[in-house]
Design a protein around this ligand. Structure first.
Ligand code: TPP
Ligand code: MG
Length: 363
């Protein structure tokens, strides 16, 4: 975007180009994509607000990554598995993770599927093939290679997606995971969400390679760099990548260039290090605004329809938050559950001592 101008960079697709890129259902896909991206945007505003009000402890926004998350979710099949990096919670929701369960998780209450044991904003949803994010940068890349290896052995066509940030490409796990997947021909789609920053470290201080997708070459796999804020490009690229992976043609790396439009997490103050130029570029690449402008040009949704969507989404959040705020905390005896199938005496003794100290309420 030129200095001084405003508005999102155009997505100049014609109807026939959209038909070629996304097939005959392109209108439905753009509408569905828009709704979910709006959902992600409103979710970040809402949940970051809850953290700022002290109602939840931690939140990691993904504003700017919406086209990548939603496009990827719509490109996958139910049998696929996703090993997230740090910002793919929206992807899990598009795949069917229950919003109410996620909100309980953010509050760490007794209805949280992980019973308050995991750090907030680290949901897990095995039913939709979504593994909890680890936060330890890069570790999921090796785990994803293992998951892909299992899928290759089963031979049923499912694939695994390994998400990671630009910073994670500097970890040894990146090398180990990419190498293993390639050597064993595992169906792993490596997606680098390159938002150009690893907290306060710019990508130029991480690596001397200017295009991270070029790293794929060293492992003998194809690597492609795409504009991760262009929903159409993301969806069409990841759909063809999935087809190739599912056919057993080996792993693929996609570098999706995105922008982190919010702090790294609720614990970060980016005003101390982000140059204003980055934020200006980020606004020009706002994925939601870009898709909305494309939809407006094609007459996809009326202003009233968009407003109705917004209200429906806000209502979903309002209800889920209200329910979580009155949910009781996890019961203390849950501390002693789920670790072992059958308890053993040291644990039983610890539980009984703990209960005695608390006044003896355990069942
Ligand atoms: C092994 C390890 N080192 C450091 C950290 C602290 N840390 C958390 S996120 C992060 C940066 C990650 O950057 P990137 O991979 O680009 O992902 P992004 O946050 O930009 O999505 C760091 C250094 C950590 N969680 N784990
Ligand atoms: Mg990054």
């Amino acid at each position: 975007m030129a200095e001084g101008s405003d508005g999102p960079l155009p997505l100049p697709y014609s109807e026939s180009e959209l038909q070629d890129a996304l097939g005959s259902e392109w209108k439905a896909l753009l509408t569905q994509g828009y709704r979910w991206m709006l959902f992600g945007r409103l979710m970040d505003n809402r949940f970051l607000g809850l953290q700022r009000q002290g109602r939840i402890g931690f939140y990691g926004p993904a504003t700017g990554h919406e086209a990548l998350n939603v496009g990827c979710a719509l490109a996958l099949a139910p049998e696929d598995w996703v090993f997230p990096g740090l910002r793919e919670q929206l992807l899990a929701l598009v795949r069917g993770m229950n919003l109410q369960g996620y909100v309980h998780h953010l509050f760490g209450d007794g209805m949280d599927p992980s019973l308050g044991r995991q750090m907030p904003c680290h949901p897990t949803a095995a039913s939709v093939g979504y593994v909890s994010m680890a936060s330890t940068v890069g570790t999921q890349i090796v785990q994803a290679a293992g998951s892909g290896y299992a899928q290759a052995l089963r031979g049923k066509g499912g694939i695994t997606v390994a998400f990671f940030g630009d910073g994670a490409t500097s970890t040894s796990d990146f090398h180990a995971g990419m190498n293993m997947a390639s050597v064993f021909n595992c169906p792993v789609l490596f997606i680098c969400a390159n938002n150009q920053w690893a907290i306060s470290v710019p990508v130029s201080k991480q690596t001397a390679v200017t295009e991270l997708a070029k790293k794929a070459k060293a492992y003998g796999m194809p690597g492609e760099r795409i504009d991760g804020t262009d929903f159409v490009r993301v969806l069409s690229t990841l759909r063809s990548a999935r087809k190739q992976l599912s056919a057993g043609k080996g792993p693929v790396m996609v570098e999706a260039v995105v922008y982190r439009m919010n702090p790294h997490s609720s614990s970060d103050d980016p005003t101390r290090y982000l140059p204003p130029g980055y934020l200006r570029e980020a606004r020009a690449h706002d994925p939601l605004a870009r898709l909305e402008a494309l939809g407006d040009r094609l007459g996809l949704l009326t202003p009233e329809e968009k407003e109705r969507m917004r209200k429906e989404i806000e209502d979903e959040f309002r209800k889920a938050i209200a329910e979580a705020e009155v949910a009781p905390p996890p019961s203390p005896d849950s501390l002693f559950r789920d670790t072992l199938k059958e308890s053993v005496w040291p644990l039983t003794e610890e539980r009984d001592t703990f209960d005695r100290d608390q006044g003896g309420h355990f069942p």
